[in-house]
Structures are given as structure tokens and as C-alpha cells.
Design a protein around this ligand. Structure first.
Ligand code: SF4
Ligand code: SF4
Length: 477
């Protein structure tokens, strides 16, 4: 553990750390663009300069190994002068079009300029023009005038996603980030991470382009349900105090974007593109109407009918959802676990064309809480005995063909499906973004998700429903 001194402050560094890493870990406020803890050192942006005490020049902290007794200054006159000069160079050909840039509000360049330079440009030459809207893929667009050539995006595709899909062509102020011509960036399922990595507004998501200013949004911590990895994410949606009144009010309960929530135990700094597209999962047509034998009824009537079926059943089986939260599973086990023979069903299987599994994050099991459910109940083998007379089928994609002739069905689902009208009782349930809960991923790590939006008035939380149905179980017992 070498001891170093940053601005006279003693820091216990780790042997393999750089000065920048040790300083950041101890709360020092050093600027940087090209450095990222998960990527190799590029040393290209030169803005993290520090001065070793006694020397008359500056050096980059991101590539300076720590050594016993090393003393560096991060705020000397020399450092301040060089840092400001580097920022001036970085901005030399930058269009400074913050007013129309999606990165405004979360741009390192904007923040560092005001903090460490703040002066107007002294250049009298016209700025070099470049491509303003270069589609790198169907998901990502590049503004070359804003690019500061930090190479984070390039290193990501080489070191993390391993597609090697991006590179920098040409030299000097003609340098351009470009995608390989073989289409590998289009097929890189981790491509959208470069949008987060880009410290400026050069790489932008086409689905989020000009959709919202980030200061009108809030981020709710959540868990991607796309596979058993259970990556922690932030779901961005409109702040209540900025809700739209005149424009489309549907935007007030819309997922504007999804970004990774850094989590070293689960997904590090990354998520796959499926996790970015959670709107495609959560914003599908909902089931909003309870039914008895296909006839619309209120939730109370449907719950009463379900209770009667449970009370009367001789051999009831429950097929428990692998998308249920640990809290819902616990509520089911407490209220109905003793009444039903229960199995865990796979709500979702891989879709055609979907990556089944890879070495970075993606898992073959496309359900977020199969592990949590199987801690309580065994896996279902897809069959039901002929003498089963009641099936409680919870979750999506349930095929009624497997139900024995004459058995009654109670269906719980959140999304619209024509088969719901064929159940004896159908009860619509809330979705993940409408409640709090936890999932257990395939490695046993438990992650929390929080409510983003209110649930529609005609659907019920499964936890509350099981408590109400539990009365039937008590009666039957
Ligand atoms: S596009 Fe962004 S991440 Fe890529 S080199 Fe330019 S500034 Fe860096
Ligand atoms: S790896 Fe799985 S859990 Fe993570 S973002 Fe992708 S689909 Fe979601």
C-alpha cells in the first residue's frame, strides 16, 4: 500500500493503481474524458494533468503509476493553466451547440469548461466543419463535430463487447469515428453502451433523440427482466412536477430511456440493448378487464369467483410466474401455498433471432426471477395430471392446451391476450414498473426495483390478491 500525497493530503494507494484512480477513490475532483475504470488507458484527452512537486512540467494522472512518497499537485498555477489550455484545444472546433444537444445537462465537457476554463475562445479561424448526423447503426447516430476523439467508444467495442466495430479514421482535425463496413456495429448487442460512455453529445440514441431534456426526467432504480442476469438499470421517466398537460399526457407514464445502474456484483457498468428497450416489454397492450367466463366483471366479483373455485377444488395446481417478485412469491406461499400443488413455469422462452447466451451478460433463461421462484417451488415439467380439476396459471404465455378436460382455470396476467376470455376467471395484475419488489438472479444476487408509475385502477397487485384469495384456502383447509 504505497502512501502518496495529493495536494498535501495523505492517501493510501493500492499497488497497481494510477494516481488518477487513487485520487478519485479518495474523493479528489480531477477532470477526465478518456479514462474509464473498465477500459484500457488511452491518455489522449490530457485534461487530468497533475504536477509532481518539484517539477516544472505537468503529466497525465491516468497513466502515472503510484510510488511510495509520490507528491502531486492538482491545483497549482501550472496545472490550472495547462488544464484550461487543453479544454480550449478540445473546444477549438467544437460547435458548442448545447442548446440542441441531448447531452446537455449531463455533459462532462460543458461542466469542465465552466469549472476549469470558462473563457471565450480566442481563435479567429473558422471552425472545421464535419458530419453532423452520421448514422452509425439503426440505433445510434454520431455528430462528428462534437466528438473529442477520446476513443472510449472504440475501446469499448474492442475490449468489452468484442465486436471491434468502431475505429478512428484519418488524422488531425480530419479524424472521424466510423463503424466497420461489415455491419458489426449493427449486430453488436451491447452497442448502446457507447452512448453512455461518450463524455460529450457525439454519440446519441436515435430512439431518444430530441425526445426530452434530462432535467425534466427522473431515474427510478429497477431491474431488467430480460434475462436471468437481472441487470440493475435506471428507468427514466417524466418528473411529476414537469408532467405534460397540453401535449400527449401518455408521455407522463412513458419510459423515456433506460440506462445501466452500475453494479459490480451483477452487470458492472453495462447492459445489453434488450435492456435499453424495456418500453417494448412494459408498454405492450395491457389486460385491464377482469372476466368470469369471458364476461367483463369488476375485480371484487372476479376475486369472489376465484375464491369459490379454490374452495371447491379437489386437486388444484398453481403454475407460478418466473416474472413474479420475491414479495409476490412470499405472499402466494403464505396465503395459497398450502392449498395448491405449485410449480414454477417459464413465462418466456428466447425469441427468434435473439442472442441466447454470451460470455458477457446475456443468459439463456429469459425470466428475471426463476431462481427466486425455484427457491420456493419446483420447476414445472409442462404437463398436468388428468385428475387436476383447477389450474391457477400466473404470468404470460400460458397455453391452455395443456389443461386437462373439465378442469377450471384461474388466469392472472398483465398483458392482453385473446385466451384470457376462455378462463373461468381472469384477473388482470400490475406490472413491474407499477410496484416495488426484488428479483433473485441466477447467481443468487437479490436486486430491488421501484415503482415508476401508478397502476391502472382496474388491475390488482398480486400480493393483495393472494391475501384476499387466502381466505378461501383457510376455509378449504
Ligand atoms: S464519439 Fe464520443 S466516445 Fe467516441 S471518441 Fe468521440 S467523444 Fe469519444
Ligand atoms: S443481459 Fe439480460 S438482464 Fe441484462 S440488460 Fe440484457 S436482457 Fe436485461
Amino acid at each position: 500500500m504505497p502512501t502518496i500525497f495529493v495536494d498535501g493530503r495523505e492517501i493510501q494507494a493500492r499497488k497497481d493503481e494510477t494516481v488518477l484512480q487513487a485520487a478519485l477513490r479518495c474523493g479528489c475532483d480531477l477532470p477526465y474524458f478518456c479514462y474509464h475504470p473498465a477500459l484500457s488507458i488511452a491518455g489522449s484527452c490530457r485534461v487530468c494533468v497533475v504536477q509532481v512537486e518539484g517539477r516544472s512540467w505537468v503529466e497525465i494522472a491516468c497513466n502515472m503509476p503510484v510510488s511510495e512518497g509520490l507528491r502531486v499537485l492538482t491545483d497549482s498555477d501550472l496545472v490550472r493553466e495547462h488544464r484550461a489550455a487543453m479544454l480550449e484545444l478540445t473546444l477549438l472546433n467544437h460547435p458548442v451547440d448545447c442548446g440542441i444537444c441531448d447531452k446537455a445537462g449531463e455533459c462532462s465537457l460543458q461542466d469542465y469548461h465552466y469549472k476549469h476554463n470558462g473563457r471565450p475562445s480566442v481563435s479567429v479561424d473558422a471552425k472545421v466543419k464535419s458530419t453532423k448526423y452520421h448514422p452509425l447503426s439503426t440505433r445510434i447516430v454520431l455528430d462528428n463535430e462534437r466528438c473529442i476523439l477520446c476513443s472510449r467508444c472504440v475501446r469499448f467495442t474492442r475490449e468489452i463487447s468484442k465486436s471491434g466495430a468502431l475505429g478512428i479514421q484519418d488524422r488531425g482535425d480530419h479524424s472521424l469515428v466510423r463503424a466497420a463496413e461489415d455491419g458489426s456495429f449493427e449486430h453488436d448487442i451491447y452497442s448502446d453502451n457507447v452512448v453512455d460512455l461518450c463524455p460529450v453529445g457525439a454519440l446519441l440514441s436515435r430512439s431518444f433523440l430530441h425526445q426530452a431534456r434530462v432535467w425534466y426526467l427522473e431515474a427510478t432504480p429497477s431491474v431488467c427482466p430480460g434475462c436471468a442476469r437481472g441487470c440493475t438499470v435506471q428507468i427514466w421517466h417524466r418528473k411529476q412536477e414537469w408532467k405534460l398537460h397540453a401535449l400527449d399526457p401518455g408521455r407522463n407514464v412513458k419510459i423515456e430511456r433506460v440506462t445501466p445502474l452500475e453494479n459490480p456484483r451483477v452487470n458492472g457498468s453495462w447492459i445489453c440493448n434488450k435492456g435499453r428497450d424495456l418500453g417494448r416489454i412494459f408498454e405492450r397492450p395491457r389486460a385491464l378487464q377482469a372476466m368470469i367466463d369471458g364476461i367483463p366483471v369488476g375485480i371484487d366479483a372476479a376475486t369472489l369467483a376465484a375464491r369459490e373455485l379454490i374452495s371447491a377444488a379437489r386437486k388444484p395446481v398453481a403454475l407460478v410466474s418466473s416474472w413474479a417478485s420475491n414479495e409476490e412469491l412470499a405472499a402466494f406461499a403464505t396465503s395459497l401455498g398450502g392449498r395448491f400443488t405449485s410449480f414454477v413455469r417459464q413465462d418466456r422462452e428466447p425469441e427468434p433471432g435473439e442472442v441466447i447466451e454470451d460470455k458477457l451478460l446475456v443468459r439463456a433463461d429469459k425470466n428475471p426471477n426463476a431462481a427466486g421462484a425455484r427457491e420456493r417451488f419446483p420447476a414445472w415439467d409442462g404437463t398436468l395430471a388428468d385428475d387436476v380439476d383447477l389450474v391457477l396459471a400466473w404470468g404470460e404465455h400460458f397455453d391452455l392446451a395443456c389443461v386437462p378436460a373439465g378442469a377450471r382455470v384461474i388466469r392472472l396476467d398483465s398483458y392482453a391476450h385473446a385466451d384470457h376470455a376462455r378462463a373461468a376467471v381472469f384477473i388482470p395484475t400490475s406490472i413491474q414498473t407499477e410496484r416495488n419488489g426484488h428479483y433473485t438472479n441466477f447467481e443468487g444476487t437479490v436486486s430491488a426495483f421501484s415503482r415508476c408509475f401508478p397502476k391502472p385502477g382496474t388491475v390488482v397487485d398480486a400480493e393483495a390478491l393472494f391475501a384476499a384469495l387466502g381466505v378461501a384456502a383457510t376455509v378449504a383447509a
